[in-house]
Design a protein around this ligand. Structure first.
Ligand SMILES: [Zn+2]
Ligand SMILES: [Zn+2]
Length: 576
């Protein structure tokens, strides 16, 4: 156990003691000791060795003995005994807003409630309201609280959480005495879903920053507030952890709290082999700190190049960093065009001119305007005649282009029919610049049928790209069962690109599949699938997935100039 583990155990003990009805001074003593240990951090073993533990305010003789016991044996006997009397599952029950120690005790004694599930069942069956001092209103509030705790445990799409995290970080940066605030955790690694928000801050007066955080709109409750860490829950259940870190260990802490855990485990193993110690406070040898102010310090001490956060999943990045062979990853600045935007011609909200202006505002040189094909009537699929009108308008707009105006390409998001055929005849497809083939119906087909359908599409000489290949909707619809390697192989053979759909609802291909597709020799096209102009900002998530897939600029068609893309499309369209 390290200082943080011991602090957490002390906090749990305080809460369980409260349930037991212990002396409040004893409860408070554990809480104060936990604060002191968190502040001490990595200095704990040294302080213990020097015999200075009892000199720390908040740690008396009794608690000092428990700290030593924890350091030596990895256990605290008194905690084990306490957990025998008061089930640790009650900690979950206590996490529910509206359930304090007294109620938790009551529910446990009278109904045997010792877990979130048991509490929920009791509330649903109306058994809580039969207890003294608990009414139907309380029961209702507890059910809402359980939903909140559950929502806090669920994973959420990056596209919904990142804006919240950035807004919080921005608000905290405005607090006087705050030097910097960084979004860490899986958000920084650009994972498609995240569980909570991890923020890191360097600040003169952490208490003032914590207080400012607690006062921000949308904050439902403060879960924990200590000198080094504050945790809050937002009204929608999302948990936010803010940690205060001194400048000297900011890089080490950023590395530690960015994760992933698997990546960090590898770093620690590497450190041990070099006789070093790596943790969130820095890199040290025999108690002497070697560095930690910048992330680069940590990696350099381990003989590694700095590793971009998106790669930190223990998927070969450590070995690549050791060999100085990390890939040059695609960046937002490399992106010159958006491969998938809908206009008002089908189910998009914007006109072609608005799309062009929005692309210019985002620094893009081109946009492929893809609208749905005729059979997808619910999404305003275009008849051949309407498609010709759209093509004509695009040609007109491109001819009247002012310098700096992005080029619009006329695309179709054409249905792959259940038999693998396409929803427009070839002569119609010949009239457009870009054919993006997509499955939107028949998700119930079996694996072999779906695979055949997709292979037929990527093998079609006029198809440039396969849209959102797996068809998944995060949290709503599972990916279709299809033989991805077979589809990638066929796409590579026919020079057909695969999409990384950048909409945070899809992110399809995902990181692992995009990496596999690139390894199979496919090119990738990022498309926001924007149905409204502001959704063109979703390119950011697509770039994140591309980076997590280890893709370089050459593997993404979005890095081509308008002329180069046009040439690529024309060559491909001839079936070359
Ligand atoms: Zn689609
Ligand atoms: Zn679309």
């Amino acid at each position: 156990m390290d200082s943080r583990d011991i602090a957490k155990t002390f906090r749990d003990m305080a809460r369980l003691l409260e349930v037991e009805g212990a002396n409040p001074f004893r409860v408070r003593a554990y809480q104060r000791a936990a604060d002191a240990l968190e502040e001490l951090g990595p200095d704990l073993p040294r302080v213990v060795e020097a015999g200075g533990l009892t000199e720390i305010p908040g740690i008396g003789r009794d608690l000092a003995a428990k700290v030593r016991e924890a350091l030596e044996t990895g256990r605290i006997r008194e905690y084990d005994e306490l957990a025998r009397r008061v089930p640790a599952g009650l900690l979950q029950v206590l996490a529910v807003p509206g359930v304090g120690p007294r109620k938790a005790r009551l529910f446990f004694d009278r109904l045997g409630v010792a877990s979130l599930e048991a509490l929920e069942a009791a509330a649903r069956e109306g058994r809580l309201r039969e207890l003294p001092g608990v009414g139907a209103r309380t029961e209702e509030r507890i059910l809402k609280g359980i939903a909140l705790v559950r929502a806090g445990m669920a994973r959420r799409p990056i596209g919904t959480v990142m804006p919240v995290a950035r807004a919080l970080a921005g608000a905290l940066r405005a607090v006087p005495g705050v030097h910097r605030v960084t979004v860490a955790g899986s958000l920084r690694r650009c994972r498609e879903t995240v569980k909570d928000v991890d923020l890191l801050a360097e600040a003169e007066a952490p208490e003032a920053v914590s207080a400012a955080l607690a006062r921000l709109p949308g904050v439902a409750e403060v879960l924990l507030s200590g000198p080094t860490r504050t945790s809050i829950r937002l009204e929608d259940g999302l948990q936010v952890d803010l940690r205060f870190v001194p400048r000297a260990s900011y890089g080490a802490a950023l590395c530690y709290f960015t994760g992933s855990q698997a990546h960090n485990v590898r770093l620690r193993e590497l450190a041990v082999r070099k006789g070093l110690k790596v943790n969130e406070y820095g890199v040290s040898r025999a108690g002497v700190t070697l560095g930690g102010e910048r992330e680069e310090d940590v990696y350099a001490a381990l003989g590694l190049d700095w590793i971009p956060p998106e790669l930190r999943e223990d998927r070969g990045e450590i070995e690549a960093a050791q060999a100085h062979r990390l890939p040059r990853l695609v960046t937002p600045a490399d992106i010159r065009g958006d491969g998938h935007v809908h206009s008002r011609y089908s189910d998009g909200a914007a006109t072609l001119e608005e799309i062009r202006a929005a692309a210019a505002a985002r620094g893009l040189e081109w946009v492929i305007v893809c609208d749905h094909s005729r059979s997808l009537r619910i999404a305003g699929g275009l008849s051949e005649e309407r498609l010709r009108e759209k093509t004509a308008e695009i040609r007109r707009l491109n001819r009247s282009r002012s310098p700096g105006d992005p080029v619009l390409f006329c695309g179709v998001e054409v249905e792959i029919l259940p038999d693998g055929g396409l929803d427009y005849p070839d002569p119609v497809l010949d009239e457009v610049d870009w054919v993006l083939a997509a499955v939107h119906t028949g998700f119930g087909q079996d694996r072999a049928r779906v695979t055949d359908r997709m292979i037929a599409a990527v093998s079609h000489p006029r198809v440039h790209c396969l849209a959102h290949p797996s068809g998944r909707l995060l949290g709503e619809r599972d990916p279709m069962p299809y033989d991805a390697p077979a589809v990638f192989e066929a796409a590579a053979r026919h020079g057909t690109a695969l999409e990384i759909n950048a909409s945070w609802r899809r992110l399809d291909l995902d990181d692992l599949q995009a990496r596999a597709a690139a390894a199979a020799g496919c090119r990738l096209m990022l498309g926001t699938d924007a149905h409204a102009l502001e959704q063109m900002d979703q390119m950011e998530w697509g770039v994140g997935i591309a980076r997590r897939a280890w893709l370089g600029p050459d593997q993404c068609l979005n890095t081509l100039s308008a002329e180069a893309l046009e040439a690529w499309a024309a060559r491909k369209g001839k079936g070359a």
